[in-house]
Design a binder for this molecule. Structure first.
Ligand code: LIP
Length: 438
């Protein structure tokens, strides 16, 4: 939509001209004509407002309507759309113009009279402003009735754009903090102590990064939900609403030792299915991304798994749970022995999300972990799937995001071979119900 600058003749009608959204006290009318014009505008606004049925408006509709009302109360001709961030023309401008401009504007009071028929038929009035018809079509209604959410390809692109901008910002926070006094552990997560030292430490930077990400996403997508490692993650129940599953610093152990293998891991689910993943590794300058059905990428370049099918040719990644309870350590040693006897190579770099992303990028062929959480797995696993790899449960069945374990591999064949040899260490689940996010 063009953000048309009004001719001075329009402005003289009201005696105001504000293009910015900064709130200013509007000047008083300078003559009787302007006074009358303003009165007429407010009379019309009151009539339109009395017809708004708030029960018909979605949460985002309500925000849009609020933004519009605030803008016109200051005599603004545009407002920032809370949904897209774009500038949208207010009813005030249409009122002053006195006719439909043909742009199918949301707040057109002239019934889109200059908009072509095909476009006009795609729009519907929600009692406050015009919306695209698909937003209220039957399919959507059915989904809403069953508690399911609908997101479009354009929505996913917007979500990806938003999270990529945010992880760039938090990447700087991490890069500036690593190796400084700020790294000192502020807490030990008691519930994780049995899983080993790497799971049990927490720094101020973990909290700062998580807050920045959640606040940034909330301001853009107020109806979205969050499961964050540091904000009581294990207790949160995954529902159908779009849910960001976030590990602000995956690799806190590496972080406190000034080791550059750290990342931020973010996955987004809708209707409990993963639709987007980002693993951002600020210190080695790699950002792994995927949107469901659109392939996997590293720094914008397409990535694929190695397709290795046999253990004898595989570079395996696993972690050694230093500080864990004796059972867990014994199982890890037995699994390591099998790999040392049968694989091509084994590496233990960590952190989990980065290890998973490396399988996606063909930088390793197989990985498994027992005792991690949804926030360690969400971002990376969709990237592996989109790169053509396999993601399964440690017992060889369907992957379960809430089960605390995962096998990822360059191929389904290799994933199944891993599931046959690993000894399983049972961990309490994050949620009682099975969630297959694919
Ligand atoms: C950690 C992982 C690590 C894994 C731990 C833990 P944190 O995440 O990256 O690789 O072994 O179990 O989940 O605590 O650094 O975000």
């Amino acid at each position: 939509m063009n953000n048309v600058c009004l001719k001075p003749s329009y402005l003289n009608k009201l005696g105001v001209c504000y293009y910015s959204n900064a709130r200013k006290v509007p000047p008083p009318p300078q003559n009787e004509k302007q006074k009358k014009m303003r009165e007429e505008f407010w009379k019309r606004e009151q009539i339109l407002e009395s017809k708004v049925d708030y029960t018909q408006l979605t949460e985002i509709d309500k925000l849009i309507h609020e933004a519009h009302k605030t803008a016109v109360s200051d005599y603004h001709f545009t407002y920032d759309d809370p949904e897209t961030g774009l500038k949208v023309i207010t009813r005030l401008r249409h009122f002053l113009k006195g006719s439909c401009c043909g742009n199918a504007c949301r707040h057109c009071v002239y019934d889109h009279e200059n908009v072509d028929k095909e476009r006009r038929e795609k729009r519907i009035f929600n009692s406050a402003f015009w919306v695209d018809k698909h937003q209220v079509d039957e399919e959507d209604e059915d989904r809403k009735m069953s508690g399911e959410y609908n997101v479009s390809a354009a929505d996913l692109d917007r979500f990806m754009e938003a999270i990529l901008a945010l992880v760039q910002e938090t990447g700087l926070i991490i890069a500036n903090a690593i190796g400084t006094q700020g790294n000192v552990e502020i807490d030990e997560k008691e519930e994780n102590i049995g899983d080993g030292n790497a799971s049990a430490i927490l720094t101020e930077t973990d909290l700062k990064v998580e807050k920045h990400l959640i606040n940034g996403l909330k301001s853009k997508f107020p109806e979205h939900q969050f499961i964050g490692e540091e904000s009581g993650g294990s207790g949160a129940e995954l529902g159908n609403a779009p849910t960001w599953i976030i590990d602000p610093i995956d690799g806190t152990m590496n972080f406190v030792h000034a080791n550059p293998l750290v990342c931020t891991s973010v996955g987004l689910t809708v209707n409990k299915k993963l639709v987007l993943g980002v693993v951002h590794c600020p210190l080695i300058d790699k950002t792994y991304t995927a949107i469901k059905g659109k392939g996997a990428f590293c720094n914008g370049k397409r990535i694929k798994t190695s397709k290795v099918k046999e253990m004898g040719k595989a570079m395996m990644i696993m972690e050694l749970p230093v500080g864990a309870n004796q059972d867990k350590k014994d199982i890890a040693v037995a699994n390591l022995k099998y790999i040392m006897d049968n694989a091509h190579s084994v590496r233990c770099p960590g952190p989990a999300a980065m290890d998973i992303a490396w399988v996606a990028a063909g930088s390793a062929d197989g990985y498994f972990h027992q005792g991690i959480h949804s926030w360690d797995m969400a971002g990376g696993t969709i990237i592996v799937k989109e790169a053509g790899g396999a993601v399964i449960d440690t017992s060889g069945g369907d992957f379960d995001l809430m089960s605390r374990g995962v096998i990822v591999a360059a191929s389904q064949e290799l994933a199944l071979q891993i599931s046959k040899f690993i000894q399983v260490y049972p961990s309490p689940r994050d949620q009682p119900t099975h969630v297959n996010p694919f």
